[in-house]
Design a binder for this molecule. Structure first.
Ligand code: GDP
Ligand code: CA
Length: 327
């Protein structure tokens, strides 16, 4: 077992900024955390999924990443904590309270503490820092912004809040459009703005997260896209689509509903001029030439992360690829 906090597995020099959603992003972040030192890695997580439930502030993507970095996540269920119990949820059901979003007994502590600290006036970055300290995580994990941003989904059933679409309605409604409420007024996390100007920044990694609801909210923050594009560090995305399918979640279904082919190539086209490099799964090698023709460098690697070793192996491939682009 590799200790995520120990790092220095790789020869990679310099700092890395990783943009992440929840579960898919968290898997690569776990690999990056094994390969990079505490000083080297900063993870910027989507907060467009955040919402209030049971009067608690829930930040699903931050939680997925922190639980994965702490090796406390439930790999089988795909979300939440391992060895979780559900007594509070069962009690809530008995009382007739909301139960469409499942909160486990241990997970509840995260949301209660976060809500308390936010109410006491701390920033979401400071609150996240305190919670990850408690989990023994030493790498930096930051929310994309301190301000609230809420993803809204326009569907064949009208506008839905993201978690209503994603959890309550199980991604069944047909997606027509996405809107990030509050993004116009929200400011990219200042620590990341600073990192983007740091001459030691050597790679920006867009994790294999849902491009539309995990990465786009980050890119929609004022100046973010142009800051990323003009950074001296190469920007590399890992395809969340393998052989025309999402490993988990609605990314492929969403692409079809948004009139895009559900392919790794279409994801590269969607990110477009943001990309210096793109990591394609071995199953999608057929798209390599088309992506190279767009002026984007391509790395073909096994991208399905089912074990800690496969997460570390993909992280190492991404870092070596970044180093080769930089050179
Ligand atoms: P969410 O916020 O929990 O929905 O998670 P993300 O947006 O970070 O990740 C969802 C995306 O991750 C989906 O499009 C999946 O296809 C992708 N994904 C999940 N596991 C893997 C994996 O092992 N490899 C790759 N390449 N993509 C993955
Ligand atoms: Ca998410």
């Amino acid at each position: 077992m590799v200790d995520a906090a120990q790092g220095a597995q790789t020869e990679f020099k310099g700092k890395v900024l990783a943009l992440s959603g929840g579960v898919g992003g968290a898997k690569l972040c776990r690999g990056l955390a094994a390969s990079l030192s505490v000083e080297q890695l900063t993870i910027l997580a989507n907060t467009g999924d955040d919402f209030d439930y049971w009067d608690l502030r829930i930040c699903p993507d931050l939680d997925s990443v922190m639980y994965a970095l702490a090796d406390l996540n439930d790999e089988e269920r795909g979300w939440g904590l391992r060895d979780e119990t559900w007594r509070t949820l069962i009690a809530m059901r008995r009382l007739g309270g909301d139960e469409w979003f499942q909160i486990g007994d241990q997970d509840l502590a995260t949301h209660v503490l976060r809500t308390q600290l936010l109410h006491a006036g701390h920033s979401l970055s400071a609150v996240t820092k305190q919670i990850i300290n408690g989990l023994g995580i030493r790498h930096s994990l930051l929310p994309m912004t301190e301000q609230p941003v809420a993803t809204k989904v326009n569907t064949d059933q009208g506008w839905l809040d993201f978690q209503q679409y994603f959890v309550r309605d199980k991604c069944q409604p047909e997606v027509r459009e996405l809107y990030f409420e509050g993004a116009d007024a929200a400011v990219l996390n200042p620590q990341v703005r600073q990192l983007l100007e740091d001459e030691d920044l050597a790679a920006i990694v867009v994790c294999p997260s849902n491009p539309f609801v995990s990465i786009d909210p980050i890119l929609s923050l004022a100046d973010c896209r142009s800051l990323l594009k003009h950074s001296a560090a190469p920007l590399i995305a890992v395809s969340p689509i393998i052989a025309g399918r999402a490993v988990k979640g609605p990314a492929a279904k969403m692409m079809r509903e948004l009139d895009m082919p559900a392919t790794a190539l279409a994801v590269a086209e969607y990110y477009g001029d943001l990309l210096d490099g793109y990591v394609l799964d071995e199953a999608d090698v057929e798209y390599a030439d088309a992506i190279v023709a767009m002026g984007i460098k391509v790395c073909v690697a096994p991208t399905l992360m089912t074990t800690l070793d496969s997460k570390i192996a993909l992280a190492e491939s991404v870092l070596n690829f970044a180093a080769s682009i930089k050179a």
